[in-house]
Structure formats: structure tokens, C-alpha cells
Design a protein around this ligand. Structure first.
Ligand code: PLP
Length: 390
């Protein structure tokens, strides 16, 4: 199975739902903040959920459905990304953030420090601290070709006691897909310190260029041995509320360790989430839906890039290579909290860069129907012109 090819944009997908978190948190503003899509859910997933409901199987997960889920993940990872993981190496958790907390708890010693390259998805900065692990932030650089991790900085952070590096690939918030060379260089640094990597690859299916996702664990034996991969169908198939994510263990020692606690974590996985996962990974129509959604996302990404370049002087945007998140450099606006500013003046609700340790930036979610995105970009352009002409 290969990733869908880039093709012309198709018909409009369904209108934005009005009762989602994305739409409702900031009344009166266009919701373009939290990472969920206002582009509907595929029919195979709707059917799977209806089937469970009609069968009256809304109880606990049973071993057969969990095993079907494990096998679906194994096949998907192998066929799409060349990642070999036996079904027993697939651990179920309710969501990726809970999986991250589980890794901190079971694979680090109390008080060991976590290295977080920034900007970073905010739970990577907050959860370790909540669990008693200091965080060593390592700011990356952001230039004309986008975000780069600072490998020397990571090296130093590991030298001063960091034991686990958090890799987010594809990267939230910048949309970077790290290259094999970048991942190999990271693996060398981590291995030299005998440290570990938590590799969050939840955005892997959302590739906006023709470049395929490369799992960190596929870089080589050392990377496979020292990393734990987190994934979920929930970003690409838009099912975050169904609570079903996976940790993939590529070291036999880790598989054994996980098996001592796995039962506890399976309890928090929703049965509907497992049904949706199997539908997403196994049904052809779910892949077709993803392909169509990717066409829309590529189109929207280009639209954002074009609108920023043409109508928002001073704002910087290097188009995302994956995800549906645009990381906009708003430092030239000279307002301390640009997302709050846009929310008030343009009525567009985005995430504040500071949430990600990225002062002066905003994160725009462009997984919106085209007319809604147009409205948001027009309103933002008006505000930028006002500020820049003062
Ligand atoms: C990189 C990344 N990891 C994890 C998550 C959250 O996933 P989950 O809902 O499975 O915890 C998000 C959500 O935006 C994300 O962007």
C-alpha cells in the first residue's frame, strides 16, 4: 500500500460541524485551533460505529477485537511504512498523551529528565513536569526551509542528564517531516548517550508532499532498540474522541516490560475506538476518504501559503510538509500574544505560539471547509494590514 498521489482537488467535503470543540470553544470566532478536522468522518468509520451500536456491543473490549486491532496496526505499519512489529509488540492506550505518560512511568526512573526539542506540542512540555520529570527544552531553528532540531543542543541536554528525547515526526506545530538523514543524526546522538526516544508519529498518514513518512524505529537497529513509537488513527481519520491509540515496542525487553502493565492500559481504550481503528486501517473506502481529505488539505495548505505571501506582509510561513497545521511567524506584528490579538480583532481562534514554546508564532488549523478558511484568511489579512500600517 502506498500513500495517495497528489491529484486535483475534489468536491467540497461536508460543512464544518457546529458542535465540535474546534467550533465551540471561542463563540463568535472561526475555530482554527485544536487539532481536529472540520471535514467530517469517513463512511466505513460511521458504519463501524453503527454496527457496534446495533449489535448492542457497547460493553468492554473483548480479546478478539483487541487482537483484530493489534493485527490491523501490524499490517498497516508494515505495508505503509515498512515498520515490522509483531501484534504482541503493539500496546493499546487510550490516547497518545496517556501513552506518553505511561512511557515516563514505566520506562524512566523517577526524576529522570526529559529532553524536548522546541517548539513542541504542549503536553510534551507539561506532562513530564506533572509526573516529576524535569524538562530540558532545546530550541530548534526556524529558517527559510522550515524548522530544524538543534542536535548539538540535544547532545548537551543528554550530557547533562536527559534520558529520553521526545521526537514528534511529522512535527506539530511546524508541519516538518524529518528526513532520514536528520533522524539518523538524532539516533547517533541518542545512542551515544545510551538514552531513549519517544517517537510520536500520530500525523504520519497526513503527508502533504510526495515524500513518504519514515518511522524513527526504521532508521536502524539502535533506533529500533532505544525508541518507543506512538501512533493512532485518530488524527488522519478524525476520531480523537474515540480514545484508542497504540504504543509500538521495537525492543524485546520493552515488549516484556509492557506486558506486565498492558492489561491496565487496555481498560481505558474504547471499544468504539478499536472498531474505528480497524475500519480506518483495513477498509479501502477509508483509504479513499483519506486520499480525498489529503487533496483538500494540500489545497488548503497552498491557499494559506498564498494568502500569507500575497496579503499578510511581515508574516512568515514555510508550508507544512505534513499535518494540517500552519506555524505562522507573527513576530513582525510586534504584539505579544498574536493569537489573542487575531481572536479579538479578526475573530479567528488559533493557538498561541507560547503554548509550544514559540513566542510570537500562532498555529492555524487549516483542516476547514474552503469557504470557512477563506473567511479566516481574509479577516487575518485585514488585521495584519491594519497593524503593519500603524
Ligand atoms: C503530535 C501530537 N501528538 C498527540 C496528540 C494528541 O493525541 P491524543 O488525542 O491521542 O492524545 C496530538 C493532537 O493534536 C498531536 O498533534
Amino acid at each position: 500500500m502506498s500513500l495517495p498521489e497528489i491529484s486535483p482537488v475534489g468536491p467540497l467535503l461536508p460543512a464544518a460541524p457546529t458542535t465540535s470543540l474546534l467550533a465551540t470553544k471561542y463563540p463568535g470566532a472561526i475555530g482554527a485551533w485544536v487539532a481536529e478536522m472540520a471535514l467530517g468522518v469517513s463512511e466505513p468509520i460511521q458504519d463501524a460505529l453503527l454496527r457496534e451500536t446495533r449489535n448492542g456491543t457497547l460493553g468492554y473490549n473483548d480479546p478478539i477485537s483487541i487482537q483484530a486491532g493489534r493485527e490491523a496496526v501490524t499490517r498497516r505499519m508494515r505495508d505503509c511504512y515498512g515498520l515490522d512489529a509483531a501484534p504482541e509488540a503493539v500496546g493499546f492506550v487510550s490516547d497518545v498523551v496517556s501513552g506518553f505518560a505511561a512511557v515516563l512511568r514505566h520506562f524512566l526512573s523517577p526524576g529522570e529528565a526529559v529532553v524536548v526539542p522546541t517548539p513542541a506540542y504542549s503536553p510534551f512540555l507539561t506532562v513530564p513536569r506533572q509526573f516529576g520529570h524535569p524538562v530540558i527544552e532545546v530550541p530548534g531553528s526556524y529558517g527559510p526551509t522550515g524548522h530544524r532540531m538543534d542536535l548539538d543542543g540535544i547532545d548537551q541536554a543528554l550530557a547533562t542528564g536527559g534520558r529520553l528525547v521526545v521526537l514528534c515526526n511529522p512535527h506539530n506545530p511546524t508541519g516538518r517531516s524529518f528526513t532520514t538523514d536528520e533522524l539518523t543524526a538524532l539516533a547517533e546522538v541518542v545512542e551515544a548517550h545510551g538514552a531513549r526516544v519517544f517517537s510520536d508519529e500520530i500525523h504520519a498518514p497526513l503527508a502533504l508532499t510526495s515524500r513518504h513518512h519514515v518511522p524513527y524505529a526504521c532508521i536502524g537497529d539502535a533506533a529500533a532498540h532505544h525508541s518507543i513509537t506512538a501512533t493512532s488513527a485518530s488524527k488522519a481519520w478524525n476520531t480523537a474522541g474515540l480514545k484508542c491509540a497504540q504504543l509500538i515496542f521495537t525492543s524485546t525487553t520493552d515488549v516484556t516490560r509492557w506486558q506486565t502493565v498492558a492489561d491496565f492500559y487496555v481498560r481505558s481504550v474504547s471499544r468504539l475506538g478499536v472498531a474505528a481503528l480497524v475500519a480506518a486501517y483495513e477498509e479501502e473506502a477509508a483509504d479513499e476518504w483519506l486520499a480525498k481529505t489529503l487533496v483538500r488539505l494540500r489545497h488548503n495548505n497552498n491557499k494559506v501559503a498564498e494568502a500569507v505571501a500575497r496579503t499578510m506582509p511581515g508574516i512568515g510561513y514555510v508550508p507544512a510538509e505534513s499535518t494540517y497545521l500552519a506555524w505562522l511567524d507573527c513576530t513582525a506584528l510586534g504584539v505579544g500574544t498574536p493569537a489573542a490579538y487575531f481572536r479579538e480583532r479578526a475573530r479567528v481562534a488559533m493557538c498561541e505560539g507560547t503554548e509550544f514554546a514559540g513566542q510570537g508564532y500562532v498555529r492555524l488549523n487549516f483542516a476547514l471547509p474552503e469557504d470557512v478558511l477563506d473567511q479566516a484568511l481574509t479577516a487575518m489579512a485585514r488585521v495584519v494590514r491594519e497593524v503593519m500600517s500603524q
